[in-house]
Ligand binder design. Structure first.
Ligand code: GZL
Length: 328
């Protein structure tokens, strides 16, 4: 009899937890729709939340901090169970995230980590290693130039930076500026924000082309700005990928298409597929597990025109399996 009672109680507990988890309301304050990466990140996380049968409360901040602050306060008023947050910039979140903490709503930081992270409570954080991504952009370029016999030639480099004040921009700029001196022939002659968008990347590259006599390399802190710059380079009568070597970041599908077409030379991976981190984490939290405050970096690689990680002989297409596995 006692065993039966224990079994019934255990079953009730499991069913209760399952029922509780299925009734969850998960809110997501997302930056906006500035890039293919962002769209893929939004689609991946939101679809996974709804696939669990949880209620999604989604807000598109349209790349404006004031919109995101308003959304976070609305989530608090609605009394949601979890808040997912990606801040458009790194600063200015102290007050509203303290309000989230006061409301005792578990907070998960996705992609961008606010400067005030060590002053607030959050249950988990997942983000790219932006400094390493910047180093990889610079190092791939230096190695590629050596591989095509231009390791000694002085080349002029321009850089398109992401949204000013975003930790992705700050980190990638730091990584690029740290690694460039490893290749004394690479001379950074201009840098300007293209705000992570294709249109602004094109506009800034047009201005670079008008004001700088000789541009040999473009380092674009995301693929959308690189693709906008390619349009500007073509309009100026130059051949992208050859007259100007182009390295992006994100590894989105449109960048792979440009590499296969020979118009772009490399992109550094920064996966947007966060659902595989977010969903299991929420389930574990529902079962009482806790996590420390370490930011988890998804695995990242370098995809270039030689197929995979190698900086060797240039071929016209990426390895077929790398292209096939692209889902964003
Ligand atoms: C990177 C992410 C950046 C992407 C851009 O993790 O924060 O923001 O590189 C996006 O495409 O706008």
């Amino acid at each position: 009899m006692k065993k039966l009672l224990t079994l019934v109680l255990a079953l009730a507990l499991v069913l209760g937890l399952a029922a509780n988890a299925s009734a969850l309301t998960v809110a997501f304050s997302q930056i906006g729709q500035e890039s293919d990466w962002r769209t893929a990140n939004t689609d991946n996380v939101c679809a996974a939340i709804e696939a669990e049968g949880w209620t999604l409360v989604y807000d598109d901040g349209q790349q404006k901090q004031e919109n995101q602050i308003k959304a976070l306060r609305n989530f608090i008023t609605q009394g949601v169970d979890y808040i997912l947050f990606t801040g458009v910039v790194s600063t200015g979140w102290e007050e509203v995230l303290a309000e989230v903490n006061e409301a005792e709503i578990p907070l998960l930081l996705l992609d961008r980590i606010p400067d005030c992270a060590d002053q607030i409570d959050y249950v988990a954080a997942f983000g790219g290693d932006f400094v390493e991504e910047g180093r990889r952009m610079a190092r791939w370029t230096g190695e590629y130039l050596k591989s095509i016999g231009r390791g000694e030639e002085e080349v002029n480099v321009v850089m398109l930076e992401g949204t000013t004040g975003a930790d992705a921009q700050i980190g990638r700029s730091e990584g690029i500026l740290e690694a460039l001196p490893e290749y004394p022939n690479l001379k950074l002659v201009a840098q300007q924000s293209g705000n992570f968008t294709r249109a602004e990347g094109q506009a800034v590259m047009e201005s670079f082309l008008k004001s700088i006599d000789k541009i040999d390399v473009l380092l674009a802190q995301n693929d959308d700005m690189a693709l906008g710059a390619i349009d500007a380079i073509k309009a100026a009568g130059l051949v992208p990928g050859k007259d100007i070597i182009i390295v992006g970041c994100d590894s989105v599908k449109t960048a792979f298409d440009a590499i296969v077409a020979g118009e772009m030379n490399a992109t550094i991976e920064c996966t947007p597929l966060y659902a595989d981190f977010v969903i299991p984490t929420i389930k574990a939290l529902e079962e009482g597990q806790t996590f420390d405050k370490t930011v988890i970096h998804p695995e990242e690689g370098v995809y270039d025109c030689v197929g995979g990680i190698n900086c060797g002989t240039v071929v016209s297409t990426l390895a077929a399996d790398v292209i096939d596995q692209r889902v964003y």
